[in-house]
Design a protein around this ligand. Structure first.
Ligand code: PLP
Length: 377
């Protein structure tokens, strides 16, 4: 089986993890957590980085910091992984889903802007959904597959109606918009180090911000909101969201490999893009102007995607469709969905991610290409 995208452990992971085990600093106190946070801050250019147990926890924490409360709405792209919407529900709020663009597969900011003009009112402090009267408190662009939305346009719009911008940059480590790293453009950003992401700690996440007060509060609530080093005093409901030292050790080692991973991902993407130029049934994802993408998961829009998926599976090649859009999931189907042409549904029907592990062998990649070309012949 040629897998879709698997971790690559070939740096200092063993060495750093062994050091944790040898010194018995395995849990939530230890030097690697601080070091990993420092290294991520340095890598992304964020002033502050706060580690979490996973990307979903980082998103949830960001929503708390953004003041999202029960019955609020938070705007998200309809095409995303369920964790984006679920994190909003953890706060008792609801996602307000907006369709995406057909070429870049990112939030359609023009469409959103038009909808906001006709369906909401802003009284100078609060943006409200006119029909329900509910507050719209934040917007969460998702950097789908490491590409990004038009962030200049999005930030301008958000500023005008005072929406806090939380970037779901779970897939965006190593991606840049006009020189700024994914997750550092809005007030808050969340990264993920889940097993399928460009680098991994097995499971893990990181909250990014340039705001010192937000960073301090993030640290506080992800570490049980304890106010005294000895006495068990807590000043609010806290969460046990901190990353543990063994996993941070792995993170430090994986981060050392990021330049290599990015280079390998780019190389794999180039070969696929070249090979599929001649295939009229395949359309690669277009990059938003100003984006330097990490090429995390190579995904094609194609004719007969599910038949192609079966053909490749029969030939021991693993692929994956793009997510079921949020407006089709039972938990969210009755909520507002901003859309004219339901591009999300079309993309879910026609997109397929194909093998692109950083350690993908050239002969395996050629086999994937050969099988896809054969399917369309
Ligand atoms: C992976 C992912 C998450 C969740 O991250 P975890 O670390 O798995 O909790 C959230 N949003 C998107 C878009 C993702 O791809």
């Amino acid at each position: 089986m040629i897998p879709l995208s698997v971790p690559s452990i070939r740096g200092n992971e063993w060495k750093y993890v062994k050091e944790c085990l040898d010194t018995e600093w395995v849990s939530s106190v230890g030097s690697y957590v601080d070091l990993f946070e420092e290294k991520i801050a340095e890598y992304t250019g964020a002033r502050f980085a706060i580690s979490t147990v996973n990307g979903t926890a980082a998103l949830h924490t960001a929503l708390i910091l953004a003041g999202v409360e029960r019955d609020d709405f938070v705007i998200i792209p309809n095409l995303t992984f369920a964790a984006t919407a679920n994190a909003i529900r953890y706060q008792g709020a609801d996602p307000l889903m907006c369709d995406v663009l057909p070429g870049t597969w990112q939030l359609d900011v023009d469409l959103l802007e038009r909808w906001l003009e006709s369906h909401t009112h802003y009284d100078g402090t609060v943006l409200r959904h006119s029909e329900s009267g509910r507050r719209i408190q934040a917007i969460m662009p998702v950097h789908v597959l490491g590409n990004m939305a038009d962030m200049d346009q999005l930030m301008t719009l958000a500023k005008r109606v005072e929406l806090t911008v939380i970037e779901d940059a779970a897939e965006g480590l190593g991606s840049y918009y006009k020189g700024r790293h994914a997750g550092t453009i809005g007030e808050l950003g969340a990264l993920s180090f889940n097993g399928n992401k460009i680098m991994t700690t097995g499971g893990g996440g990181m909250l990014l911000t340039n705001d010192e007060a937000l960073a301090a509060r993030a640290r506080h609530i992800t570490r049980q909101a304890k106010t005294d080093p000895l006495e068990y005093d807590h000043d609010e409901v806290g969460y046990n969201y901190r990353m543990v030292n063994v996993l941070a050790a792995m993170g430090v080692a994986q981060l050392e490999m990021m330049e290599t991973f990015l280079h390998e991902k780019q190389h794999i993407a180039n070969i696929y893009t070249d090979a599929f130029k001649e295939v009229s049934s395949i359309f690669p994802q277009q990059k938003t102007d100003g984006v330097k993408a990490n090429n995390w998961l190579y995904t094609i829009m194609c004719h007969q995607s599910r038949d192609l998926m079966k053909h490749l599976a029969l030939n021991k090649i693993q692929t994956r469709p793009l997510w079921r859009p949020m407006n089709q999931l039972p938990m969210y189907k009755d909520l507002p969905y901003i859309s004219e042409k339901d591009i999300s549904r079309q993309l879910n029907d026609s997109c397929l991610s194909i093998p692109c592990s950083t350690n993908l062998k050239p002969e395996d990649q050629q086999e994937v290409i050969r099988q896809i070309q054969q399917f369309y012949r």
